[in-house]
Structures are given as C-alpha cells and as structure tokens.
Design a protein around this ligand. Structure first.
Ligand code: PRT
Ligand code: ZN
Length: 297
C-alpha cells in the first residue's frame, strides 16, 4: 500500500460495501473527483486531484483518520461516537453530510409493559453499541444488563436472550416486522466527514481546504433551486414575497413588452408545487425551476 507518498497526497477513507458506499462515492464525484469504480481495488487514485480513496470497513474509519493514515474519512456518526467512547480519537467532525440518517434506539416487544425508561430497570438489553447504551443508561440512572452481540440484534427478544434491544432504526420496518416497538432514542445519526487533527503539512492542509470548499458548494446547491419567471412589473413585489429563501433577484425588462419583466433568482429552499401555484395566481408565467449543481460564494 502506498502509505508514504512523496508528493502531498490526500487520502480519504470510505466504506467499501454497505449503506454509506453509494452516497459517499456520489459526493466525491460531485466534488469533481474522477476515479475508477473498482469493486476489487482497496486504494483508488484520483485522476484529476492529488488524492486517493481507501476502501475499508466503516468501523475502521475513525481509527484510520485519528492515526493520520487517512486525513479525511466518511462514517456514520454512530460509529464515531461508539469508538470515541472507547479511545481518545484525534479527529474532528468536519462536515455533516445529510445522508444515511438513522437513530440508535431502544425497542422492546410490542406487548411488553413500558412506562418510561424506568421499565428497563433490571432488564437485559442486547446491542452492538455497548458503550453508547451504557452511557445513556448511566445518564438516566437505569441499571440494566447490557448484552453485547455482533449482529441480528432484533431476534434476541424472540430467542429470550434479551428483554429489549438497542439498534439502529431508519424507517422502523425491521422493528415492526420483529414485533418490536421503539421506546427511546439514544443517539441521532447521519453520515459525517471526519478530519484528522494531526495535519502538519501545509500543502495537505491546503488540499483539504480546497476539497471542503467543494463539499460546501455541493451541499449549498443541494438545498437550492434557480427560478426564472416572467410577470407584469406591477406584480414584482407580491411575487418576490412568495419565493422561499430568495436572494438578490435579477430583474430584466422583456424585449418588446415594456410592462413585462423577467425575474431570475436563487431560492435557498426547495420550491414545492404549492409555491408554483401561488406564483401563477399572482401573475407569473413561463416559470422555470432548475436544479443547481454548485454554489461557490
Ligand atoms: O461492512 P461494514 O462494517 O463496513 O458495514 P456495516 O454492516 O457495519 O454497516 P452498514 O453498511 O449496514 O451501515 C453503515 C452505516 O449506515 C451505519 O453505521 C449507519 O450510520 C448508517 N445507517 C443508516 C444504517 C441504517 N440507516 C440502517 N437502517 N445502518 C444500519 N441500518 C440497519 C439497522 O441496523 C437495522 O438492522 O437497518 C435495519 C433497520 O432499518 P429500518 O429501515 O428497517 O428501520
Ligand atoms: Zn461496520
């Protein structure tokens, strides 16, 4: 493995297979990084940016970034938080990425009695997140037995190995199909970008700044739309009020129609059908709502 490269090189740890892989890869590509979509190679060089991508198990990302083997890494906040409870990680959360959203939650069989957290007193709770669960229970002064398992957490009550579970929940389908009901949230999670704190090379630090600027551009664009419409000049004020999160509109006269204007603007929020209907009622025509690829301030 090309661990010590001569030229300054950014190494980014990304999950090899699993729920984070696709969104991480798509984010890197949106940031303009061009690399092969290999399913076999573990270290993939970027063709157009001095960076390489290291494909690993998600559980290894915090350590790889903390030790400086990788300067950046994408991982779920849940994994970072569980690892951080064990060792003092030398990395920061550089960006929240807005994908792989889920929560670490306690659930118990639907028919079991639950009157708040005190119902867990003395009970056995199975989890793959023992440290986060233990901390949560301690904070609430609940004395339960934490049972460490390595997977298939949701079947443990059925097998009478545990009375409750603590696992990741996204849609809640898995809990429901195992007759379990969500009782309490231990941690809210989403994908995060970790950044090593031990970066002493100025060129690497400046590469990271360039990369982060691109991420910010992609994230700002994701929530924004570009809107264009025509209207009578007298409607301008009422129309401007209807566009959510609008910034600095450009207003230009329409050639050959002295009373008509074209309005172009960036809306920092999504534009829903209801807004478009209201715009039409207020006299807007030829409304175009266009996705934005990047916003660089
Ligand atoms: O092989 P590797 O170790 O890299 O991957 P992994 O198997 O440990 O992780 P993976 O790919 O399953 O998940 C990676 C990350 O995705 C997690 O650490 C979370 O940050 C995030 N994530 C988001 C989820 C979920 N949503 C999720 N729903 N991780 C797991 N689940 C599982 C959950 O454990 C349960 O079994 O999905 C089931 C519940 O889903 P719902 O939709 O039925 O509620
Ligand atoms: Zn994992």
């Amino acid at each position: 493995m090309n661990v010590k490269s001569k030229k300054p090189l950014l190494r980014i740890a990304v999950q090899k297979n699993g729920r984070l892989r696709e969104a991480s890869e798509s984010l890197l590509r949106q940031c303009g990084l061009d690399f092969a979509s290999s399913r076999d190679a573990l270290l993939i060089p970027c063709k157009n940016f001095p960076a390489e991508i290291l494909l690993v198990r998600d559980d290894d990302v915090p350590q790889l970034v903390s030790s400086g083997v990788c300067q950046l890494g994408v991982v779920g906040f849940n994994v970072f938080a569980e690892n951080g409870e064990m060792v003092d990680l030398k990395c920061d959360i550089s960006r929240k990425l807005g994908f792989a959203e889920c929560r670490l939650a306690i659930a118990s069989p639907r028919e079991s009695k639950f009157d708040g957290l005190k119902s867990l007193e003395g009970k056995r709770i199975a989890t793959t997140y023992p440290r986060l669960l233990r901390k949560f229970l301690d904070n609430h002064r609940i004395n339960s037995q934490v049972i460490c398992v390595s997977g298939s957490v949701e079947v443990t009550p059925m097998l009478e190995i545990a009375d409750a579970i603590c696992d990741l929940v996204a849609t809640g389908t898995t809990l429901r199909s195992h007759g379990l009901e969500e009782r309490a949230t231990v941690l809210e999670s989403e994908g995060i970008l970790l950044r090593s704190v031990a970066i002493d090379d100025a060129e690497v630090a400046s590469l990271i700044d360039r990369f982060l600027l691109r991420i910010d551009g992609v994230q700002a664009a994701r929530q924004s739309k570009y809107i264009m419409l025509n209207t009578h000049r007298k409607n301008l004020e009422s129309i401007v009020k209807l566009i959510p999160g609008m910034e600095r509109p450009t207003v230009v006269p329409l050639e050959g129609h002295p009373d008509m204007i074209a309005l172009h603007a960036v809306a920092r929020e999504n534009i829903f059908w209801e807004t478009i209907e209201s715009l039409k009622k207020s006299g807007a025509t030829s409304i175009l709502v266009v996705p934005i690829e990047k916003i660089i301030e």
